[in-house]
Design a protein around this ligand. Structure first.
Ligand code: CMC
Length: 442
């Protein structure tokens, strides 16, 4: 097929008009397609047909490399300039001056809260941290070595059975109740899954503590009557939650939107997001970084390792990003948080390996040419490890932070009149009209 598309034709398009003129060389016909926000609507291409019986032209875009699936006012990213903003606020300011719960409010409501609104929001979240006792029994059913992410995924999905009214997604008050519950209960479920893998009794939430402090308490509380988190560690964890809160239409967010577009309850939609995040190409990269640093072991081995990367033997994990081609703004913030955490926990010798790797890579032509810079995962694993987390918990921590983003995107989708059930097309490549052969004759 020789259908030709160009945005710069002289004839018959008019220079300066916001349209795209397409000539279908199969038929010689010309079409004019509106351009809005630097985008054309794929459905406009359906007008381009060979004849009346033709379905019309489609676009083929595996992995959505060049397809906008929604309009969104939640998160803005400019990958070339290293910009990340939630609801228009730069991530640097939020990480430095806000708190995770305030950021969650911002993502979900679209604007920063007043003090009264924040107090009410914090009160609501804090007072919904408990889970039904049956959830505990449900979690006890997992094998002793169950992956905590698998447990989180299953238990979040199970919440829909405890709150059947969550299916009424058009009821704004009921919907809001589930928003509160999801953000409030996620750390409780995450901590229970961790304690389960350790064979330790689950710890109930302590509503005197902050969101991050309570999570640390549910992870680490032993015989003490009151768990008191170190404020520096509590703050570092809060910052990590902020940095992971949203990242526009990534794999897990697209999963939440796609599953949510069937109008299922939000617990099921968020469980789909957790499933997507579970994969090593998404939430698992920080774990890979830590394993890589452990394998390199000492700064003496760094240059050999870099040579191996340049020779194409392996990748420098925690480097490079599909969107950020200058720097990942989250990486810069995390690097500062690493230093604060190590003031409390003592330095992890792997930090030296990480810093040496970073320095060599940033000066090396191979990495400069390919625009490879440290991403959010390069240092986050070191913080998680310093906080005492096993690597299996890394994606679970990511999921806690990302919950507010998933919900904000889900809410936006529910109210978007243009959204319908997600249902991509395909290019069929299989056989047709075959004759069924009885099994004995095959
Ligand atoms: N180490 C060495 N070389 C690399 C790396 C790396 N980490 N990343 C990319 N390259 C090279 C790649 O070999 C290719 O080279 P060439 O042009 O010679 O073939 C070039 O850079 C372009 O790579 P690409 O794979 O086409 O880039 P991509 O945009 O498809 O991949 C990425 C992005 C993040 C998957 C990739 O950079 C990578 O695998 N990084 C390591 C894994 C990692 O840290 N992932 C976490 C991403 S941040 C988490 C999040 O935001 O959710």
């Amino acid at each position: 097929m020789t259908t030709e598309t160009t945005a710069q034709v002289e004839e018959p398009g008019v220079a300066g008009s916001s349209t795209l003129t397409i000539t279908d060389n199969r038929t010689g016909r010309t079409y004019e397609v509106p351009i809005e926000d630097g985008t054309i609507r794929s459905t406009e291409l359906r007008k381009i047909k060979l004849d009346e019986s033709d379905f019309g032209l489609m676009t083929y875009d595996p992995a959505y490399m060049n397809t906008a699936s929604c309009r969104s006012a939640v998160t803005y990213i400019d990958g070339d300039r290293g910009i990340l903003e939630y609801r228009g606020f730069p991530i640097e300011q939020l990480a430095e001056r806000s708190s995770y719960l305030e950021v969650a409010y911002l993502l979900i409501h679209g604007e920063l809260p007043t003090q009264t609104q924040l107090d009410e929001w914090t009160y609501l979240i804090t007072n919904h941290t408990f889970v039904h006792e049956n959830i505990k029994d449900f979690m006890k059913g997992f094998r002793y070595d169950a992956h905590p992410m698998g447990m989180l995924l299953a238990s979040v999905g199970a919440l829909s059975t405890f709150y059947p009214e969550a299916a009424q997604i058009k009821d704004t008050q009921l919907r809001y109740n589930q928003v509160i519950r999801l953000i409030a209960k996620m750390p409780t479920l995450a901590a229970f899954s961790y304690r389960h893998t350790r064979g330790m009794p689950y710890v109930y939430p302590d509503n005197d503590l902050s969101y991050a402090g309570n999570f640390l308490g549910m992870l680490y509380k032993m015989t003490e009557l009151k768990y008191r988190p170190d404020p520096r560690l509590e703050h570092a964890l809060d910052v990590l939650f902020i940095l992971h809160a949203d990242h526009e239409q990534n794999c897990s967010t697209s999963a939440v939107r796609s599953v949510g577009s069937s109008q299922v309850d939000p617990y099921s939609a968020v469980a789909a997001g957790i499933a997507a995040l579970y994969g090593p190409l998404h939430g698992g990269a920080n774990e890979a970084v830590l394993r890589m640093l452990r394998r390199i072991e000492s700064t003496h081995n760094v240059s050999d390792f870099i040579e191996g990367v340049k020779a194409g033997n392996e990748r420098l994990m925690g480097f490079g990003h599909r969107v950020y081609k200058n720097f990942d703004p989250r990486a810069k913030i995390i690097k500062r948080a690493v230093e604060q955490v190590f003031e409390v926990t003592g330095k992890n010798p792997l930090l030296h390996v990480a810093m040496e790797l970073e320095q060599i890579a940033l000066e090396d032509e191979y990495f400069i040419k390919r625009k490879l810079y440290p991403n959010v995962d390069f240092y986050s694993g070191l913080i998680y490890e310093a906080l005492g987390m096993p690597v299996e918990m890394f994606p679970v921590l990511f999921a806690i932070g990302r919950t507010s983003g998933w919900i904000a995107q889900w809410l936006e989708m529910i109210d978007d009149p243009e959204q319908k059930i997600a249902r991509p097309r395909q290019i069929y490549t299989g056989g047709r009209g075959l004759e069924y052969v009885p099994i004995a004759d095959r």
